[in-house]
Write a protein that binds this ligand. Sequence first.
Ligand code: CMP
Length: 143
Amino acid sequence: MERTFLMIKPDGVQRGLIGRIVSRLEDKGFKLVGGKFVTATEEQAKRHYAEHEGKAFYDGLISFITSGPVFAMVWEGDDIITISRMVIGKTKVTEAQPGTIRGDFANHTPLNLIHGSDSVESAEREIANFFDENELSVYDKNI
Ligand code: CMP
C-alpha cells in the first residue's frame, strides 16, 4: 500500500472544485486518509517546492501557493503515486489530456489546480510538511 500527498491549490479551492476532484480519486478506488485546509506559510511553501528553487517560475509559484487556502490531502492505494498523476494529468495545461483533472478543468499552467507527489520519497517529505501522523485516519474501506 502506497501513500501520496495531493494538494488542491488556491485556484481549485476558489473555483469550488474540491468535491469534484475528490470524487475522481474516490471513483478510481483510492482512499482519503487525511484532509484539511491550510494557508501555507512561505517557509512551508518553499520546503514543498525546494526542487524548483532558482527556476524562472519559482517566485510566482510561491506567491500563488501562499495566496489563499489549499486543501491538503493524504491518499492511499496500490501504485497511487503513478496512477494519481495519470488522473491529474500533465503539469502543462497545453499537454493535459481531456479526461484528466487538469485537462478538464485547468487552462493556465501555474493555475493547474492540484499537486501530486512524484515519488515515494517526495510523498513522505510532502506529507510530513503538512500533516502530523495523528491527523491521518485508519479505517477499513471494504465495509
Ligand atoms: P506542481 O505539480 O505543483 O509542481 C510544480 C508546479 O510549478 C507545477 O505544478 C506548476 O504549478 C508550476 N509550474 C511548473 N512549470 C511551470 C512553468 N513552466 N511555468 C509556470 N509554472 C510552472
